[in-house]
Structures are given as structure tokens and as C-alpha cells.
Design a protein. Structure first.
Length: 345
């Protein structure tokens, strides 16, 4: 059990909940440097000493160093994710079972147990690698098929919020209001603003003065007002809000493929930045952070893919998308709020 702290062992004892007894704990991997600056992630195997039972978990722990926690509201990030996994998502699962007799959307990993103890905030999650899921190379753009598949999944995910709010508005407000918009908070910090201002300016260096003169002219306006635009657009003022994934780029997803390399399943990871806002926040952040030019040139098609998935799921819940979130509103909101996704990307 070397390398596994006493705190983690105690939390894992809660996680197994008597499923296996007299077991050994082996830590067999850790997150790579730079993969989780807000916390440490380790992968552990629990195996019976005198039997064949074993469990595979991912343990996500908050960084405890005071100097880091002064700079970043790490406790808040972890409590936000814990609230999603222990309150919001269980309500959504129950709602799906009641209305559909099953699940319209299940692309969320199982959270086995959590700890909210100060400086020891922890989540224990199922290890999806043992179910055939894998990470995408974050340096590579996503294919058309991947974007198509992911937009459909977001349509199903957002539909739960819309339907829940339609049937149980007070309950929805109660569980979702405790999610914090940490993007908005970060945008208003000096450290983040200076960092982003530099990136906006640096991005101009990748444009060719001769070939991209028109783009440079337009982008200079963005680079000069980038943080103001981000701050403004991070505050959704419309009435078509949902619970968002929040930090939705390819590194916060895992994919499963069949023998012919066709994408068959997906899991969304990391809900520390989950909050309530326009669906465009999730969609634009995801699209601009990892799509090819070919995909970006076909934006209207992918918005329709998303909305058709949303419409179908809402219909299964007994709701009409034309009343709840018309396609025309999605297009209008995109023009208004996609700048958040562009800026973050």
C-alpha cells in the first residue's frame, strides 16, 4: 500500500462498502505532469487477498498546498464537482427513471464516494479504462464523426435540464442554484485577466499579415476587448438555461470504439466547472477547442445535429422543443454567446 495515503485508504474503505473484504491496495498510475494542476489523480486496484474479486478506481484529490489554494479556489472547485455528483446527477438519474423507465443519457462516470473534508477533498470514480474507454490525443483535432457523436450527447444531456425544469421548476432551481460559475469568477481575477490578455495578443503572431489581413483587422478588436467580451458573455441573461458540463474539451472526455474504430460510446469527465447557463457555452467551448476547419465551416449542420438530439430526447420526456428551446433561439444565442467558447479555446 506504499504511495497510498491514510486518508485515501479510509475513503476507499467507504467506497468498497463491503463488496470485498481483506484486500490489498495497489497504486499503479498517476496523472501526468500538467494534466491536473488543481488536484492529483491516482489509479488504484483493490484485490482480495484470498479470492478473485477486484475493484478498479480513480481517486481524485484536491491539492493541499496553501500557496496553491491561495491562488485558486480549489476547495470550491471540488465542492462544486461533489455537488454535481452527489446531488444534481442523482436527481437527474431518478428523473430519467421515473419519466422514461430508464436512461436517455448515461455518459457520466459512476462516482463511488466523496469526501468534503477541508484540504482532503476527494472523489472516487470508476476506472473507465477497464471498460474499454480511452483518452483522445488532445493535440489532434476531432473528426467529423466524433463531433457529430458528441453534439448528440450534449443534446441528450441538456434535454434533462430542460425537462426537469419544465416538470419540477422549484426542485430544479434548488439543486442547480448551488452550482458556481467559476469561469465567471476566474475572468474577474487579475492573474487570469493578465494571462488571457497576453494570449489574445500572442495569437495575432500566428496570422500572416498578407494572407490574413482581413482577419487581423477583425481580430484586433477581439484582442483589445477580449476580456471584456468574455466577462460579458459569461453572464447568460436569457431564460433558456441548463446545467452545463462546463469544461468541455476533448481532454475531459473518454471514448470507446468498436473493432472498426467507429466511435460507439462516450463519457464526460470533470464537472468542477459545472454551472448553469446557455447550452451554447458547452457547445462553443467544445467546438472551438478541438474542431477542424471543415467542421467549423459546417456549423449549421452540427447545430441541427445537436437540436435534433435535444428534440428527440425532450419528446421522450413528453416535452415539445419548439416551446422549450426552439432552433431559432439556439441560433440567436449562438451569435450572442459563442464568443465565450472562442475566447476560452
Amino acid at each position: 500500500m506504499s504511495g497510498v495515503s491514510k486518508t485515501v485508504r479510509q475513503i476507499l474503505n467507504e467506497a468498497v462498502n463491503g463488496n470485498i473484504n481483506n484486500y490489498t491496495i495497489k497504486e499503479h498510475d498517476k496523472n501526468k505532469k500538467g494534466d491536473g494542476y488543481l488536484g492529483d489523480m491516482c489509479f488504484v486496484s483493490l484485490k482480495e487477498k484470498h479470492g478473485d474479486k477486484y475493484l478498479e478506481y480513480v481517486v481524485k484529490q484536491a491539492l493541499s498546498m496553501e500557496e496553491v489554494r491561495i491562488l485558486h479556489p480549489i476547495r470550491g472547485y471540488f465542492l462544486n464537482e461533489i455537488h454535481f455528483y452527489t446531488v444534481v446527477w442523482p436527481h437527474f438519474q431518478k428523473f430519467q427513471n421515473e419519466k422514461l423507465g430508464g436512461k436517455a443519457f448515461d455518459a457520466i462516470p459512476q462516482c463511488v464516494t466523496t469526501s468534503s473534508e477541508d484540504k482532503h477533498e476527494t472523489l472516487v470514480l470508476e476506472n473507465l479504462k477497464f471498460q474499454g474507454f480511452q483518452m483522445h490525443n488532445k493535440a489532434k483535432p476531432l473528426s467529423k464523426d466524433q463531433v457529430d457523436f458528441i453534439f448528440k450527447q450534449y443534446g441528450r444531456f441538456h434535454a434533462i435540464s430542460f425537462a426537469y425544469k419544465f416538470f419540477y421548476p422549484e426542485e430544479y432551481s434548488e439543486i442547480s442554484s448551488k452550482l458556481t460559475n467559476f469561469w465567471r469568477n476566474a475572468i474577474n481575477t487579475k492573474l487570469f485577466r493578465e494571462f488571457m490578455d497576453n494570449l489574445f495578443i500572442l495569437s495575432l503572431e500566428f496570422l500572416d499579415p498578407d494572407e490574413d489581413s482581413k482577419v487581423i483587422k477583425k481580430y484586433k478588436i477581439v484582442s483589445e476587448r477580449g476580456m471584456e467580451v468574455l466577462n460579458e458573455k459569461s453572464q447568460y441573461k436569457g431564460s433558456y438555461s441548463v446545467v452545463l458540463h462546463g469544461d468541455c474539451w476533448s481532454n475531459n472526455m473518454m471514448f470507446k470504439y468498436d473493432e472498426s474504430d467507429k466511435l460507439t460510446d462516450l463519457r464526460l469527465l470533470d464537472f468542477q466547472f459545472s454551472n448553469v447557463g446557455t447550452p451554447v457555452s458547452d457547445l462553443s467551448y467544445f467546438l472551438y477547442s478541438g474542431a477542424t476547419k471543415e467542421v467549423l465551416d459546417d456549423l449549421d449542420y452540427y447545430l441541427r445535429v445537436y437540436h435534433e438530439s435535444l428534440t428527440k430526447t425532450l419528446h421522450n420526456f413528453g416535452c415539445n422543443s419548439q416551446n422549450i428551446y426552439p432552433f431559432e433561439v439556439l441560433k440567436r444565442d449562438w451569435k450572442e454567446y459563442c464568443k465565450t467558447g472562442f475566447g476560452m479555446a
